[in-house]
Design a protein around this ligand. Structure first.
Ligand code: NA7
Length: 497
């Protein structure tokens, strides 16, 4: 018996685009990508604040199956990446598979199939659901007293409004992660004054973020597919350095950390300001911020650093805990995301009605980033413990999608009707991962968006080869299967543990 699986991919960001392409490449054409936004791109669609730049080199921040030879800059801007993702969707023919403006509100499993409901009430059924819903998706609006009383505009970085007036305004930027640093740098100069509220300053490592891609390189990459593929593989191999320094304590880690410290010392000569800007944790413990212009911008007359805690927002400004009232016309919240919500708040019900809130009562967990006990025929791409801080996302998504396609092959030839990872295999994996996390730089004592509410590091503590090997290895003993549906119902061949 052979059967072509019906697949719904939720999310049209990097993970969703990769999954849809890989599945179609592997011969599974009944794929629908369901996207809540009105365009593809995920974070690159939702984010469009001034200064938005990717902190991964452009020639690595691309799909292995869709290399772009003519990146304008070594580190691409948000609009350039958004354009690239749109171009890829068109060139790979994925547009026809897309359902935009379609927020999934629930997904319920029963009788070996998923019923997916869209916000407008439409329902769809599928044999498999792939959650490619991303991490940095739900803006975190801080609970600051009086915020709602502010008389001017308050905008979160991920919901930027292009009509906002910047010129001549006094603007408060709250938050000192990559976003706050990029915003402060970009707004400085155009605004009359930018106040950076950085309650915990971050290490800001110097990198040539504005450097243009050399014309010769563009010409070579355009003309020669061999050079293109060589460069991509070289960058992928080179990025192993990042996995190494973040996961293994070594002189290499110390060297890079020294460079982060040096970036501050060289660019900020004023002793008092330097002290104010010195974090109380190790470089790279949080997601490392890269910038070539932040420290310079901060030292200009139109910028000010405020490290005092915010006490309250008033109708005309922000009062800090030292009692000083800072008058501002506009407040920008660069306060990050609820990064561990993944596919929630959608209602997700698996086997026998089990809810994702119950499965994840102690925080997000998945087997090898890809499968969740209790949720048969559902896979996650860039799910919990994905290597967000160390390995190419595009590479990871492609390997994950290939693993999913391997299972779909077996479904298609009638080997099973449903597949579900066991709780014990997931527990063993989570224990292994959490043990390995101890030697990573992310566990050296700082608070970051990498940490789950329980304090676990939601990242990948191993190298790329281990990731590829774990995703490619299919252990039947880690899963339970039900037999393909027969006319008249499905027969169980195994019970989840
Ligand atoms: P991040 O890196 O999560 O940074 C959020 C920032 O907002 C961080 O500096 C927080 O300070 C600050 N924050 C959060 N709540 C408050 C309140 N209530 N008061 C003052 N400051 C606050 O988010 P980003 O958007 O910058 O970056 C996310 C990722 O996107 C980035 O790492 C790149 O991978 C791309 P805290 O550190 O908690 O003291």
């Amino acid at each position: 018996m052979s059967r072509s699986p019906r697949v719904i991919v939720v999310g049209a960001g990097i993970a969703g685009i990769t999954t849809a392409h890989v599945l179609i490449r592997r011969g599974f054409t009944d794929v629908t990508i369901v996207e809540k936004g009105d365009a593809v791109g995920g974070v690159w669609h939702w984010n469009r604040y001034p200064g938005l730049t990717c902190d991964v080199p452009s020639n690595l921040y691309q799909f292995g199956f869709a290399p772009k030879p003519d990146w304008e800059r070594l580190f691409a801007t948000g609009p350039q990446i958004k354009q690239y993702l749109n171009d890829v969707v068109d060139s790979l023919g994925l547009r026809a598979k897309l359902l935009l403006n379609a927020e999934v509100t629930s997904a319920v499993f029963g009788d070996d199939e998923w019923t997916v409901t869209i916000a407008d009430g439409r329902t769809m059924t599928a044999d498999f659901v792939v959650m490619a819903t991303g991490l940095l998706h739900h803006p975190r609006v801080p609970d600051i007293r009086g915020l709602e009383s502010f008389g001017g505009p308050v905008v979160h970085s991920a919901r930027w409004d292009d009509d906002l007036r910047i010129r001549g305004q006094r603007i408060a930027v709250i938050g000192s992660g990559s976003t706050g640093v990029q915003l402060l740098t970009a707004l400085n100069g155009e605004a009359s004054q930018v106040l950076h509220f950085a309650r915990s300053p971050q290490w800001v490592m110097w990198a040539p973020m504005e450097l243009r891609q050399p014309r010769l390189l563009t010409a070579l990459l355009t003309r020669s597919p061999a050079v293109r593929s060589w460069l991509y593989r070289a960058l992928l191999a080179g990025s192993g350095f990042l996995a190494d320094v973040t996961t293994v304590p070594s002189w290499r880690r110390q060297l890079l950390q020294r460079f982060a410290r040096l970036s501050l010392c060289v660019q900020v000569r004023d002793q008092a300001l330097r002290e104010q800007l010195t974090p109380d944790y190790e470089p790279m413990c949080k997601r490392q911020v890269l910038s070539s212009g932040y420290y310079r911008a901060l030292q200009s007359v139109s910028a000010e650093l405020i490290t005092e805690r915010i006490d309250e927002v008033t109708p005309t400004g922000i009062r800090t805990s030292d009692g000083v009232h800072h008058r501002v016309d506009m407040i920008v919240l660069a306060t990050g995301f609820h990064s561990h919500d993944y596919m929630r708040p959608m209602q997700l019900r698996g086997r026998r009605g089990i809810r994702i809130e119950d499965v994840w009562a102690d925080g997000p967990r998945a087997y090898r980033t890809i499968a969740i006990p209790g949720l048969p025929n559902l896979f996650t791409v860039l799910g919990p413990n994905s290597p967000t801080g160390s390995i190419s996302l595009q590479y990871t998504a492609e390997r994950t999608a290939e693993a999913i396609a391997d299972w779909l092959d077996r479904f298609a030839v009638g080997e099973f009707g449903s597949i579900e990872v066991t709780a014990s295999a997931t527990d063993d994996f989570m224990k292994e991962v959490n043990d390995a996390m101890g030697s990573t730089v992310w566990a050296t004592g700082c608070d970051s968006w990498y940490l789950t509410p329980r304090g676990d590091v939601d990242l990948w503590p191993y190298d790329r080869a281990t990731l590829a090997a774990m995703l490619a290895e299919h252990r039947d003993d880690h899963f339970v299967f039900t037999a393909p549906r027969q006319p008249g119902g499905s027969s169980k061949v195994g019970e989840p543990q």
